[in-house]
Write a protein that binds this ligand. Structure first.
Ligand SMILES: Cc1cc2nc3c(=O)[nH]c(=O)nc-3n(C[C@H](O)[C@H](O)[C@H](O)COP(=O)(O)O)c2cc1C
Ligand code: SF4
Ligand code: SF4
Length: 260
């Protein structure tokens, strides 16, 4: 039976990583790869048919992106008895990022095979302390990420287990350092997309939003309070009119522009 690869990617990092992983691991075998943002796909059916599933997502403040959390919560039954490998992309640190889906899927008896953390460039570009760089200056990060992906594939192929984010310290740090104080803030940010007066109403943000959070209302961009904080719109607005976490205009933008 072919392996199933599922992912969510805000600005393309996670799509890049799961694509590389699948290519190396499958060595030319047929596999299926889908972004969970495509709601027209019958995920219950394809998850039901799979035995081994690889799920990749970016970390958001040591939490699952809301879209991933909601996807898993609505497919708990479908995941019953499956083997799951997780890939969590992050800038630096995600605590127990690779273990998060298992807290939701525990009751489905999912077998946790591997969890892998891959560092990638930052897409949180309205927060200037995060050493943000445009895609053209991130080659070193990609070399390191490629190395870690290859190492993970070798480990798995040789019978080892990848356990990123599963030690007690990861769980403790993910919980204490970020989720305790960060969760309320993240929920609040779901309704905090800020559009500056630079907006030229081009509608790009409306078209690319994976959760249809944005819409044009009375000659301005309005929001519906269901932002998944993917930062796609922040990084793709042609006039940098969007910010979420901070009010400041992003100095640079980062997006691979290939995310779904
Ligand atoms: C809202 C938000 C929160 C983030 N929180 C963290 C974090 O807690 N730790 C970290 O290392 N990176 C964090 N990042 C960075 C992303 O996880 C990282 O850049 C990821 O590879 C983006 O993947 P994507 O392009 O597939 O969305 C955050 C990014 C965003 C947008
Ligand atoms: S992408 Fe930017 S300029 Fe275009 S509608 Fe959205 S906020 Fe306005
Ligand atoms: S509003 Fe922007 S950051 Fe929020 S989900 Fe839509 S594209 Fe992503």
């Amino acid at each position: 039976m072919k392996n199933l690869y599922l992912y969510f990617s805000g600005t393309g990092n996670t799509k890049y990583v799961i694509g590389k992983f699948a290519e190396l691991y499958e060595r030319g075998s047929y596999y299926s790869l889908h972004s969970i943002e495509h709601r027209e796909i019958d995920f219950s059916r394809i998850i039901g048919e799979a035995e081994n599933i690889v799920l990749a997502y970016p970390i958001h403040d040591s939490m699952l992106p809301f879209i991933v959390k909601e996807f898993l919560e609505s497919h708990i039954e479908d995941f019953k008895g499956k083997n799951l490998t997780t890939i969590c992309t992050q800038l630096l640190f995600s605590g127990d990022g690779g273990a998060l889906p298992f807290y939701i899927l525990k009751e489905a008896g999912v077998k946790h095979l591997h969890s892998i953390h891959i560092n990638m460039p930052s897409n949180l570009t309205d927060v200037n302390i995060f050493f943000n760089k445009p895609l053209s200056e991130t080659a070193r990060s990609y070399v390191k990420a490629d190395r870690k992906i290859a190492l993970a594939v070798d480990t798995i192929r040789s019978g080892g287990i990848c356990r990123d984010g599963r030690k007690w310290f990861s769980r403790f740090s993910g919980f204490i350092l970020q989720r305790t104080w960060g969760k309320a803030m993240m929920v609040k940010l779901r309704n905090s997309v800020k559009i500056s007066s630079d907006c030229i109403l081009c509608q790009k943000c409306v078209q690319i939003c994976p959760v249809e959070n944005l819409e044009i209302r009375e000659n301005r961009v309005g929001q519906q309070g269901r932002c998944t904080l993917c930062y796609r719109c922040v990084n793709e607005c042609p006039v940098r009119a969007i910010s979420i976490f901070m009010k400041s205009k992003p100095k640079i933008q980062y997006s691979r522009k290939d995310y779904n």
